[in-house]
Design a protein around this ligand. Sequence first.
Ligand code: PRX
Length: 650
Amino acid sequence: MPHTNSHDHIDAMLHETRVIAPSEEFQARARVTREEYERRYRQSLEQPDQFWSEVAGELHWTKPWEQVLDWQEPHAQWFVGGQTNVAYNALDRNVQRGLGDKRAIVWEGEDGEVRTYTYAELLREVKRAANVLLALGVQPGDRVTLYMPLIPEAAVAMLACARIGAVHSVVFGGFSVSALSDRINDAQSKVLITADAGYRRGQPVPLKKNADVAAQNTPTLEKMLVVRRAGVEVAWEPERDVWWHEAIEAASDEHEAAPLDSEHPLFILYTSGSTGKPKGVQHTTGGYMVGTYLTTQTVFDLRDDDVYWCTADVGWITGHSYSVYGPLLNGATVVMYEGAPNQPDWGRFWSLIEKHRVTILYTAPTAIRAFMQHGDEIPGRYDLSSLRLLGSVGEPINPEAWMWYWRVIGGERCPVVDTWWQTETGSIMLTTLPGAFSSKPGSAGVPMYGVEPALMTREGEELGADDGGLLVIKRPWPSMLRTIYGDDERYRKSYWGEIKGVYFAGDGARRDADGYYTIVGRVDDVLNVSGHRLGTMEIESALVAHPSVSEAAVVGKPDPIKGESVVAFVLTQDGYTVDPTELRAHVSREIGALARPDSIIVSDALPKTRSGKIMRRFLRQIAAGKPIEGDTSTLEDPSVLERLAATPPA
Ligand code: PRX
């Protein structure tokens, strides 16, 4: 059985028997019926070339592909020989289809400011930004790092990169200076796009200031393009810094999208793995475009008049695939909200839905649990009747939170689609297409088109239904990552090499008699804190970089809101004392506030085997306040466990 950090939730999920069917009204209008799903799913596995050609054929290609898939395990090429442009498909194509006056982005700042871009306006803006990047010397294939608040310019910058064939690397605005400079250096970015500041809980977050410090350490960086968002004072290096609004104003709004090879890299997005260094997951043009296009329209049952809101920040894969690329490729109206869910109070999301008449909401369990904690009364004050579909992503959703979402937010009227996928998969892999399937609270559901999942042992033995096992995918799919930027060896080892011949996702799962998969959680040293992926070793490296710490071990502890919280066990360096407040601040500086340990346990030893391996299993039990279970005889000194359990966390 894979280890997991939230046994209580899992027990609840395994005993969950509720089945919630979509209403007849929803089913009658749904884009995909059960028969249609069965037929297309079968086709996607039996005649994949035909299936994917039909989907890709709905989009614009400047040169048709010669071959749908070239699979030289572990390297896939999709739509080989074809040329296209993702930004062209998201904008020019939609304007040509007559959607020029349709709203593409409806943005609301934390301070209540609202800005709207039609498809025609967004296209003009992206063309200008493309010309700005070209004028700064950005060439196809060059990397451009974005470190931005969730403002329309972030989407404009991403699409402008895509338009000229530059590879964007978005770094979440909550990451620290050193996390930013590491990512700029790993990608060898030439240009950084940032803002003077963004708003979070009413406070300006000093992005430019962080970027200035990061840039002291980034030899490849030539230019910094700065959006004025907050109007705060910033330092300025005239040789390097360029105001976005000045450059955009001066730029021509004529630009032809570059025809790019289907396998031309589209973006790099850093995510945590089980070793210390974050990995630059690389996605490419054609396959990613087709995958996000198809899943957005089917999973969200997208219709012309929908107002679609995915709450994810563009710093994460969900923000890439389902706030920007997928919905814009489909010509949808996308709502974007800059700030925190509780600013000015816990009614903010519901007020946004009421105000903008949002029809589809896609958010994370951690947010749902936080809302739930503040009661039914707050959402009850708002008119949520525009909603017709709800989605969940990023971590396992416990049935209680699922039911609350369905009942209180969806008024028992809106299907809830739980969607399982990863930074690496690029698009949704498991879900229940609304209208085609009933939902089972806590269970992600069945495979999307072209996805062939299975449960296996580490040795590659396939397991039957009801057996818990490792979740694997047995064949490549268009939007899968192509490599780890600059480290193909790590790509080979991590994904198609762990279990021979299949993609191993790092998650444990179960499957029931109806074929629904329930995700149990990560089976590697990766934590999921508030839906954010964090490597335990990444946090450990940050901790031991502090002079007062000689050794550290980090584990997750079940948390009712965040899913998991970070617990750090640290050993004190001789001659120092550990100051937990200072240590938390240090981790914030090294990685970002999202990685700050919730509890710190200062100790004189860690539970190690005679060969020196830390037994994290026991640390997880101690962190959760559970009795020690399992064989402790392999430990060099089992008495450490009692001492740790007796130490109050700070
Ligand atoms: O453990 C799974 C969990 O999030 C991991 C992927 O994290 P990331 O790459 O940051 O992407 C998150 C957004 C797609 C997975 O390995 N996860 C994601 N969605 C779900 C989930 N766990 C359970 N249910 C989900 N719906």
